[in-house]
Ligand binder design. Structure first.
Ligand SMILES: Cc1cc2nc3c(=O)[nH]c(=O)nc-3n(C[C@H](O)[C@H](O)[C@H](O)COP(=O)(O)O)c2cc1C
Length: 184
């Protein structure tokens, strides 16, 4: 088990829902490993060097028109030089997303999360999903990671429930449990 784990949670959030998920994931991480350093940043304030410094990299985005927010894609494209150098190879990745989910539970979220996975896999990272027996899975789980539907049946913002935040904390804890096994 590694003594210190360095985690980066990079996300975009316009109205605060995805940010609350990021906070809950950080809380779950902190609760499951004593010696952990967590950087939690908006994607536009995140640099490729931040990715390099992390053992565990977690990306989060709202669903925007069926895909990730451009701010996340900007960070991904800015980090392409790390792909040339295999610099993220073997790091651990996790993803989360929020969306209003108008008309369904998803509204594009699965494609959005798979898009984040694709970036991690291009870098040779180890992608960690969310197992269906984890705490909170029924309220905020997808096998891709953790998801919060934030809209009501009229498509208006309804915020995050305690159950969704529990799922996000649980995912943070799960990521660190896996990291403890994989990192030396
Ligand atoms: C430009 C824009 C496009 C959106 N497109 C979608 C969408 O395709 N599917 C969806 O479920 N929600 C969509 N939403 C809703 C947001 O994903 C949702 O409100 C999210 O929880 C906002 O996160 P935030 O509070 O972190 O900004 C969109 C919101 C905006 C502003």
């Amino acid at each position: 088990m590694p003594a210190t784990i360095n985690a980066l949670i990079a996300y975009h959030s316009d109205y605060g829902s995805t940010e609350k998920m990021a906070q809950a994931i950080a809380d779950g991480m902190r609760a499951s490993h004593a010696d952990i350093h967590i950087e939690r940043k908006q994607a536009v304030q995140t640099s490729p060097d931040d990715l390099l410094a992390a053992d565990v990299i977690v990306f989060g985005t709202p669903v925007h028109m069926g895909g990730m927010a451009w701010q996340m894609k900007k960070l991904i494209d800015e980090s392409a030089s790390l792909w040339m150098e295999n610099a993220l190879h073997g790091k651990i990745g996790g993803v989360f997303a929020s969306g209003s989910g108008f008309g369904s539970a998803g509204g594009g979220v699965e494609l959005t999360m798979a898009g984040l996975h694709a970036n991690f896999l291009e870098h040779g990272m180890v992608v960690v999903g969310f197992p269906k027996n984890a705490l909170g899975y029924a309220d905020g789980g997808l096998h891709w990671g953790v998801y919060a539907r934030t809209g009501n049946h009229e498509g208006m913002p309804a915020g995050l429930s305690d159950a969704q935040l529990t799922a996000a904390r649980s995912y943070g804890a799960h990521l660190i449990e896996v990291a403890e096994k994989l990192l030396d």
